[in-house]
Ligand binder design. Structure first.
Ligand SMILES: [Zn+2]
Length: 379
């Protein structure tokens, strides 16, 4: 049997799906369409790219050759990564894909289309796409990635190989952080709890990323009762710019990085297709990253009040912020669990506001003022 492609080494805890794809590559039995289904953050998109690298790279997915790098970035002439342009993946996008599907591969004998959030296809788009799935041109493979497979047309599902990606048990995440990344035990446990099952997040936390912000947020949560409105508003300002500035820089860097897509394009329509997929992906990704980071801030506040609540209720073993348990215990002596619940409800309201596209900075500010109200009577 051929060796497992190094491309799959970056995927954690999905041994069954990876074994399956590995055998398909070994047998030269690549399907025309796959569905990668499972909860968000468990490695579906990462596996899709790894699979494409394992097949297209001459060193079966080395991770650092020209092919692998372009597949990773989405600039390869024969491997496309599509995201919905807006809320849904519409008929226009499917027509563009269908046009590209009919063209011969540029560099090899295969073409790959990774469609993220495939469940967001409109009915019209899904029906059009079905026609392509019914008569797929040779050498074309679609990978439909979804965290909500039930929202997809059964006729599409029945024409694709389905691979399930499972949530990863916290103990596995913690063990992985310790064994493979050399993170010490306490840090690994903390990252696993705070990362709540999302491997990428736990890994980032385990490496120390985001820990600074977490510290800053917890300090702010602890100081909340004594802050005046001006302090509070400037703290929110600081958090917001701490999120937005690095993202704006990353966005500019990405733009530069992806300009090499024009090198590999063989026609102007091919070039503009690649450019458009990159642009749509970047737009979506950065908007999601910004929202996600604001939601992480909310979750950190939530974890603080949740910890106070469980401590006040006499179950301190459920505390998430293990490194702050002493402070949490002290705080729980004069904040009742009803007040803590009031603060948690404020988080939930802010979360709903952000999901309804309210400016996240305003939502955060409103949440903190609400929390101060809940918190005040305790000081
Ligand atoms: Zn390679």
């Amino acid at each position: 049997m051929v060796q497992l492609s190094p491309a799959f080494r970056g995927v954690v805890g999905q041994g069954r799906s990876i074994g399956w794809l590995h055998r398909a590559i070994g047998a030269g039995a690549i399907a025309h369409a796959y569905i990668f289904e499972g909860p968000a953050g468990v490695g579906k998109h990462t596996t899709a790219k790894a699979f494409v690298k394992a097949i297209m790279c001459k060193a079966s997915g080395c991770g650092h050759c020209h092919d692998c790098i372009r597949i990773e970035r989405g600039t390869h002439a024969d491997a496309f990564q599509i995201v919905p342009d807006g809320v849904t993946l519409g008929i226009e996008q499917i027509r563009e894909i269908q046009h590209q599907v009919m063209l011969k591969p540029v560099e090899g004998s295969r073409k790959f289309f990774i469609l993220d959030e495939a469940e967001s296809m409109t009915t019209q788009a899904a029906n059009a796409f079905l026609k392509t799935l019914e008569e797929p041109p040779p050498g074309v493979t679609f990978i439909l990635v979804t965290s909500n497979v039930h929202a997809m047309l059964p006729t599409i599902l029945s024409r694709a190989q389905r691979l399930s990606f499972n949530p990863i048990p916290p103990a596995d995440v913690s063990a992985l952080l310790q064994q493979r990344f050399g993170v010490d035990r306490d840090q690994a446990e903390l990252a696993t709890r705070v990362g709540s099952g999302v491997v990428g997040k736990a890994l980032a936390l385990g490496r120390g990323e985001g820990m600074e912000r977490r510290k800053e947020i917890l300090a702010l949560a602890a100081d909340l009762p004594v802050l005046d409105s001006l302090d509070l508003m400037s703290s929110v300002e600081g958090i917001a710019s701490g999120i937005k500035k690095p993202l704006a820089e990353a966005k500019a860097a990405r733009k530069k990085e992806t300009q090499d897509s024009r090198e590999t394009a063989v026609s102007s329509s091919h070039a503009s297709f690649i450019a458009r997929t990159l642009e749509q992906r970047a737009k979506r990704e950065f908007a999601q990253r910004e929202r996600q980071q604001f939601e992480d801030v909310l979750s950190t506040f939530e974890s603080w009040f949740r910890d106070i609540m469980v401590t006040a209720e006499g179950v301190p073993e459920l505390v998430m912020n293990l490194d702050r348990s002493e402070e949490i215990r002290r705080r729980s002596e004069y904040l009742t669990s009803e007040q803590a619940v009031g603060c948690i409800e404020a988080v939930e309201r802010a979360r709903r506001m952000i999901r309804r596209n309210v400016n996240p900075q305003l939502a955060l500010e409103a949440m903190l003022f609400d929390m101060q109200e809940c918190d005040k009577c305790s000081v």
